[in-house]
Design a protein around this ligand. Structure first.
Ligand SMILES: [Zn+2]
Length: 488
C-alpha cells in the first residue's frame, strides 16, 4: 500500500498590507521530498508522524512538497499555482496510491482562488480517481468549505488553540485513513455552518471541558471524528466563519446529527465565550495594579494572524504612561536591526522603530536606545516541538518614565511563542513587571506558567479585533456578533 503526502500552508489575512509571494514559501521550511526527515518546524510536524506510522504499518511513503509561509496578505496567483502544480505533478508521477494525506492550513487565499485548499484537493481527486482515500489535516483557523468535503474522504482540524495537538490530530487522521483504505470503515462527513465570528481559547473553560467531551465521544466509538473549525476572521471570503464537522462510519444522517448537535452546543456558549479585549491602557492598568508578572498579548499585531508586527501602538502607550520594568517584542523591523548591528553592542543612539508597513503599523517611534545583544539568528521554541527563527535580531533598551523598557526586534516576521524569544537574547523576564508579546494565543502554553495574570489587548492599529466591525465585502451572510441571531 502506498501513501502520498505533502504540506502547503499559509493563513491569508486579506486585509494585510504585505503580499504573500515566492520568498514567503521558499524559506528554510521549503523542502522537496524530505521535510519529514528534518527536525520538527511547523509544516512538517504531521508529516513526521505520518512517515513514522507508515513505517510501522508497512506502507511505502512518497513524499512531495512542504512549504509554509508566514501569514500575510493574499498570495500571488502564480506562486500558489506553482506550489500546487508541484504537488500535483509529484502525485501524478507517483502512479496509483491508496492514501493521500495533506497538511494544509485551510485559510489560504490567492488571487483568483478564494479557497486554495478546495482547489488543490479537487485537482488531486481528479488525478487519483474515486477510490483513493484523501485525508486532510487543517488548522482550526480555516474556512472549512463544503467544496473540500466533497473531494476529501477525511478532514480533521486541530482541537487546541494554542495549537499543541498537531501530532495527535495527524495520528488520528492516519489511523482513520488506513482503516478506510483497508475497507474497515466507510467515512462520511457532514458540516454545519454556524455563522459565528469569534476566537475560542481552548486551555480555559468552557472550551476546555467541551473539547474533552468531544474527545470522549470520539473514544466511545459513536463517531469517528469531530472537528470544530473556529474559522479565521480576517479572510474576506464568502465562506468565512465557524463550522462544525463530524465524520461517521457509513451513516450520513448520524454525521449530520453530530455536527448539528455540537454546533448548537457551541452556539449556546456564545455569551460565555464572547471575546473582549483590553485597550492598551486597560491592560497597562491591570499590570500596574497587580503583583508579579503580567503577560499582555498584543493580539492586534500578531504576525501569526497576518499583522505586520511592527505596530507601535502598545509601546507608544507604555512610553506615554512611563511604564518601567517592562519588555515588549518581537518587533519585525529589519532596518532597525541593521542600524543596531551598524551601531554595535553597547552603543547608545537614536533609532526610529516600527510603523513602516502601512496604516496597521501605527506611527514610527523615535527612541534613544542602548544595544544589549545582537544575534545573526534568534531561534525560539514554537508549538508541537517546533522552532521559529527571528533571523538577525537585537535586544535594545529605551528610557521610559524613571526607568526603561526592553525591546526585542527581529528581521524575520514571527509571532512570540515562548519566553526564549526574550531570554534567548539575554533579556530576563523574572525581574519584569509586564511583558508584552505580539501574539494572539500561541504564547499562552509557555508563558502561563511564569505569569501572575494574562491580559488580551487590542490597539486601534493592527488587526481589527471588533469582530462586528470587520469590513467584509465578499462575506455577506449575517453573523454573530454583528447580529444577535444570524438565523432569524
Ligand atoms: Zn491557527
Amino acid at each position: 500500500m502506498k501513501l502520498f503526502m505533502a504540506a502547503l500552508l499559509t493563513e491569508t489575512n486579506t486585509f494585510a498590507p504585505m503580499p504573500t509571494g515566492h520568498a514567503g514559501f521558499h524559506g528554510d521550511s521549503y523542502r522537496r521530498r524530505d521535510a519529514s526527515l528534518e527536525p520538527p518546524a511547523w509544516g512538517n510536524i504531521p508529516l513526521i508522524a505520518w512517515r513514522r506510522l507508515a513505517g510501522e504499518a508497512g506502507l511505502t511513503v512518497i513524499e512531495s512538497l512542504t512549504a509554509n509561509a508566514q501569514p500575510s496578505g493574499t498570495t500571488i496567483r502564480g506562486v500558489y499555482e506553482e506550489l500546487r502544480d508541484t504537488i500535483l505533478a509529484d502525485l501524478a508521477a507517483a502512479g496509483p496510491v491508496e492514501i493521500v494525506l495533506l497538511n494544509l492550513h485551510g485559510a489560504m487565499v490567492a488571487e483568483g482562488y478564494d479557497d486554495c485548499e478546495s482547489d488543490l484537493v479537487a485537482r488531486a481527486r481528479g488525478i487519483v480517481g474515486p477510490d483513493t482515500i484523501i485525508g486532510v489535516e487543517l488548522d482550526l483557523h480555516c474556512h472549512l468549505d463544503e467544496r473540500l468535503a466533497e473531494n476529501a474522504n477525511l478532514v480533521i482540524t486541530y482541537k487546541e488553540y494554542p495549537h499543541i495537538d498537531m501530532t495527535e490530530r495527524a495520528e488520528e487522521l492516519f489511523a482513520l485513513a488506513l482503516r478506510a483504505a483497508r475497507g474497515e470503515i466507510r467515512p462520511v462527513m457532514a458540516t454545519r455552518r454556524m455563522r459565528m465570528i469569534n476566537m475560542w481559547h481552548t486551555p480555559v473553560e468552557p472550551m476546555k471541558s467541551l473539547i474533552a467531551e468531544m474527545q470522549a465521544e470520539e473514544r466511545s466509538g459513536k463517531i469517528l471524528s469531530l472537528s470544530f473549525a473556529h474559522g479565521f476572521p480576517w479572510g474576506d471570503v464568502p465562506h468565512v466563519g465557524a463550522v462544525m464537522l463530524a465524520i461517521a462510519d457509513a451513516d450520513a444522517a448520524h454525521a449530520q446529527n453530530a455536527a448539528d448537535r455540537w454546533a448548537s452546543r457551541i452556539w449556546d456558549l456564545r455569551e460565555e465565550t464572547r471575546k473582549r479585549f483590553d485597550t492598551p491602557d486597560q491592560a497597562i492598568d491591570a499590570a500596574l495594579a497587580g503583583e508579579g508578572l503580567t503577560v499582555i498579548a498584543e493580539t492586534s499585531d500578531n504576525a501569526g494572524g497576518g499583522a505586520p508586527s511592527d505596530c507601535t501602538a502598545m509601546l507608544a502607550a507604555m512610553l506615554r504612561r512611563g511604564v518601567t520594568d517592562a519588555a515588549i517584542g518581537v518587533f519585525w523591523d529589519p532596518i532597525a536591526v541593521q542600524f543596531c548591528r551598524d551601531a554595535g553592542l553597547g552603543a547608545r543612539f537614536p533609532l526610529r522603530l516600527g510603523g513602516k508597513c502601512g496604516p496597521m503599523s501605527g506611527d514610527p517611534l523615535d527612541l534613544v536606545v542602548t544595544v544589549h545583544a545582537l544575534a545573526d539568528s534568534h531561534i525560539q521554541t514554537a508549538l508541537s516541538g517546533g522552532v521559529r527563527d527571528f533571523g538577525p535580531s537585537a535586544w535594545i533598551e529605551a528610557p521610559s518614565g524613571r526607568g526603561s523598557i526592553h525591546i526585542i526586534i527581529g528581521s524575520d516576521r514571527n509571532q512570540v511563542f515562548n519566553p526564549d524569544a526574550f531570554t534567548g537574547l539575554g533579556c530576563m523576564l523574572a525581574d519584569k513587571r509586564m511583558v508584552v508579546v505580539k501574539s494572539s494565543q500561541h504564547f499562552y502554553a509557555a508563558f502561563a506558567p511564569i505569569a501572575a495574570r494574562v491580559r488580551y489587548c487590542a490597539a486601534e492599529a493592527g488587526i481589527l479585533r471588533d469582530f462586528a466591525a470587520i469590513p467584509y465585502v465578499n462575506f455577506r451572510e449575517p453573523y454573530w456578533p454583528k447580529v444577535e441571531d444570524p438565523f432569524a
